[in-house]
Design a protein around this ligand. Structure first.
Ligand SMILES: Nc1nc2c(c(=O)[nH]1)N[C@H]1C(S)=C(S)[C@@H](COP(=O)(O)OP(=O)(O)OC[C@H]3O[C@@H](n4cnc5c(=O)[nH]c(N)nc54)[C@H](O)[C@@H]3O)O[C@H]1N2
Ligand SMILES: Nc1nc2c(c(=O)[nH]1)N[C@H]1C(S)=C(S)[C@@H](COP(=O)(O)OP(=O)(O)OC[C@H]3O[C@@H](n4cnc5c(=O)[nH]c(N)nc54)[C@H](O)[C@@H]3O)O[C@H]1N2
Ligand code: SF4
Ligand SMILES: [Mo]
Length: 694
């Protein structure tokens, strides 16, 4: 047993930040140890409920394999324990050497999903600006930012959780919320009880599709064509919000003309859907006006026509009049907190960010350097070399596409530092592995923009020598000589106070109300009084900004890679990354009761395909793409569960079971640079040896 809880006995209400749902939790402490975690009833996000991973935070925090001491790689390639002070001193010296040899811009940081997309992400961003490098890398290169860019272009905001509760028609595109976002389900179920129609668009049968009024099963990567088909139908049947379109939009006529070609028959030809199902979907949307919701999951971002597919879906939302409406797609107002990024103070205009020349929109909208391009720069194939990298909260050697290349790049760096809870595949390549505080050992602000709510999480536990992210960046900044100026706060609690100052909310208020509070009442139809936060201030069916950068102005439909470059050698299509309830990417496979539920990676396939291959349940199957090959056991699904020709492998498995040995880093969305993680053409063969060695 290690660590000291901040009280010996009692309950501390805080926030679970194992995933971006950020549920309220009550941590029950007994004799200085966290004994139980339950759902906080007063928190509006989850109202007392939790997913199985919530209580399992205890298994992670007190896991026997948890890293508690800094590790340094020795000459023989294994690790020695050293003190934190020695580790920090040596890291500082080695960063200094990289600066001397290559310049400051050759230092990069990489931020993972485990630390979230908010406050923790701002520390490395601030650190890099203060240092003088533009090279911030993160999961934002393959998660959520394509949706953000698409919605920002069209309407100036992306609401990560529309108003499901008051909707009359809900369309979910490539997402499975009972597994991935369970907090959506209470509202979706409530809307359904009141008669709302639920339409699921997913090639596979999933937990949510079983509850749908209509389940459309398009071929992957064809959603854009379906969105255009629905727009055509709404326009032709006069089911759209004319007042909104005429007063608050640009490019409608151009879009309406383009939409005409997407008749139900044409869309059916592209998507494989029956034409009457497409028309039925259009009728359900038309009947729900304007309380309609289109929510897009991550899978559309993992197609190389993702941004335009999402833009087309956003256009469909505007057409229905759902913009900033109750029961539609409200426009969240931000909490006016301070910003940590230093982007205004230190614009750093004279440094070329890696990847920005190839994907200017990604950098312009999100100050994100494309990680695939960064990996190339580490391998010496960029505009200048990246030589030092600090990774925190991520495991890219498992989760990025083409992991063999990522591993090669990381292994060749002058310096790799990884802040981790466990010795992951990424940490194993590091020169220094630093034990990191988990979410339960830090305190940060959580903003739930969709209902304009803020909560403050609290430290429940402290482990000697295991420091939080803020303390790490602060210490490094001080050692490098710019700490006093840019990291003046002693603790994260002081940062929280500084961030909140302009809002008039004191941390104490949030501590007294651990469920948090509304920071501004939600208002609708604000676009009537203020311009939308995009270039024109109006709803943009067509984008001048993109046109000036040389992209088509309309979110035109482009055939997916596998249709354009049909390859005889790779006749199956791989969908990757369908989530499992008990795992988060590469996390939690070290929790035995979770591991028993899903002991190993599997390839899920249709019984007809299994028969063609001569594969029975559990037989080893070799799956090969253009870039790699893995062997894993077959899980044969029911007739209906997946379309013939499609297979699914969940990501996050180590070694041989890792689907990212097959996924592409070279085929990307031209606007966002997101990689192709789904619709990957593959070949399947029954592997010779049972037990599966290659
Ligand atoms: N338990 C658990 N929850 C998680 C995560 C986790 O790892 N585990 N990860 C979290 C994170 S970071 C994210 S980004 C979210 C992602 O969560 P979601 O956005 O809900 O994504 P998935 O659950 O992967 O569901 C994607 C679905 O899209 C379908 N699909 C694949 N390709 C296409 C396509 O081209 N078109 C359409 N229409 N459908 C397609 C797949 O069959 C699959 O059922 O989940 C979050 N929640
Ligand atoms: N093929 C395929 N690949 C995918 C996806 C897919 O659908 N298909 N999905 C992609 C998506 S959407 C995402 S978001 C990425 C996620 O990719 P990553 O961000 O790499 O996600 P994880 O594997 O969860 O890695 C998180 C790591 O942080 C560690 N950790 C946990 N808590 C803390 C903490 O408090 N501090 C620190 N310092 N470390 C901590 C964990 O031990 C874990 O090793 O994966 C992507 N990869
Ligand atoms: S969904 Fe589960 S893991 Fe995510 S915040 Fe809620 S309890 Fe934690
Ligand atoms: Mo993600």
């Amino acid at each position: 047993m290690y660590g000291q809880t901040v009280i010996d006995n009692g309950t501390i209400a805080t926030i679970c930040r194992q995933c971006d749902m950020r549920c309220g939790i009550d941590a029950v402490v007994e004799s200085g140890r966290i004994a139980k975690i339950t759902g906080m009833k007063a928190h509006p996000q989850n109202r007392g409920r939790l997913c199985p991973k919530g209580p399992a935070a205890i298994d992670t925090v007190y896991h026997p394999e948890r890293l508690l001491k800094p590790l340094k790689k020795n000459r023989s390639g294994s690790f020695d324990e050293i003190s934190l002070d020695q580790a920090m001193e040596e890291i500082t010296d080695r960063l200094g050497a990289v600066v001397e040899n290559y310049g400051k811009r050759s230092i990069a940081t990489w931020h993972g999903e485990a630390l979230g997309f908010a406050q923790q992400e701002m520390y490395p961003r601030r650190f890099l600006r203060a240092l003088g490098s533009p090279n911030f890398l993160s999961v934002n290169s393959l998660c959520y930012v394509s949706r953000y860019i698409a919605y920002r272009l069209v309407q100036g905001y992306w609401n990560a959780c529309p108003d499901f509760r008051n909707a009359r028609c809900i369309l979910l595109w490539g997402t499975n919320p009972p597994v991935s976002h369970f907090t959506f389900m209470q509202s979706i179920d409530e809307a359904k009880r009141r008669g709302a129609k639920l339409v699921i668009i997913d090639p596979r049968i999933t937990e949510i599709s079983r509850r749908a009024d209509l389940h459309l099963r398009p071929m992957p990567g064809t959603d854009g064509a379906l969105a255009w088909g629905l727009m055509r139908q709404l326009i032709e049947t006069d089911h759209y919000d004319k007042e909104f379109i005429s007063q608050y939009s640009v490019g409608f006529d151009e879009a309406a003309t383009y939409a005409r070609r997407f008749t139900a028959e044409v869309v059916a030809g592209i998507t494989g859907l029956p034409p009457d199902q497409i028309e039925e979907c259009g009728r359900l949307v038309g009947a729900g006006l304007p309380q309609t919701i289109n929510y897009v999951g991550v899978s559309l971002e993992h197609q190389e026509n993702g941004v335009n597919a999402v833009r087309a879906i956003a256009c469909l939302g505007g057409l229905t009049g759902a913009l900033d409406r109750e029961g539609g797609d409200p426009w969240p107002e931000p909490l006016e907190e301070r910003s940590l990024t230093l982007y205004e103070e230190l614009p750093l205009l004279d440094h070329e960010p890696i990847g920005a020349a190839d994907y200017p929109v990604l950098y312009d909208f999100y100050k994100e350097c494309n990680t695939m391009k960064a990996v190339e720069a580490m391998l010496g194939e960029g505009p200048y070399p990246l030589r030092a990298l600090i990774v925190a909260g991520g495991n890219p050697v498992n989760t990025n596409p083409n992991v063999a290349k990522v591993a090669e790049a990381f292994a060749g760096l002058d310096l790799l530092v990884v802040r981790e809870l466990f010795l992951t595949e990424t940490a194993a390549l590091a020169d220094y592995v630093l034990p990191a505080a988990s979410f339960i050992e830090r305190s940060e602000l959580h903003i739930y923009a969709h209902y304009q709510w803020v909560s403050l999480s609290r430290r429940v536990l402290q482990i000697p020598g295991v420091i939080d992210e803020y303390s790490f960046w602060r210490d490094l900044a001080h050692r490098l000589g710019f700490g006093a100026k840019y990291f003046p706060w002693q603790t994260e609690e002081e940062v929280n106070r500084w961030l909140l100052e302009p809002t008039g909310i004191a941390p104490e208020q949030l501590e007294q109300h651990p469920e948090g509070r509304e920071y501004k009442p939600v208002r609708f139809e604000k676009y009537r009084k203020q311009p939308l936060a995009n270039l024109s201030g109006k709803f943009e069916f067509s984008s001048k900004y993109l046109k000036e950068l040389g992209y088509p102005a309309l979110p035109i439909y482009e055939e997916p890679h596998y249709v354009r470059n049909r390859s005889e050698g790779f006749p199956y299509l791989l969908i990757s990354g369908a989530r499992k309830r008990v795992y988060l990417h590469s996390r939690y496979r070290n929790i035995p009761r979770f591991r028993r539920l899903h002991p190993q990676a599997e390839i899920e396939l249709h019984p007809a395909d299994a028969a063609t291959l001569g594969v029975r349940e559990g037989d080893q199957v070799r799956v090969s793409s253009e870039i790699g090959s893995i062997v894993l056991p077959a899980k044969i699904l029911g007739e209906e569960e997946i379309l013939p020709g499609l297979v699914q492998i969940t990501h996050g498995w180590e070694g041989q079971g890792n689907v990212n040995r097959l996924t592409f880093d070279g085929i990307t969305d031209p606007i966002s640079g997101f990689p192709l993680l789904t619709s990957v053409p593959v070949r399947l063969e029954r592997a010779e040896t049972e037990g599966g060695s290659i």
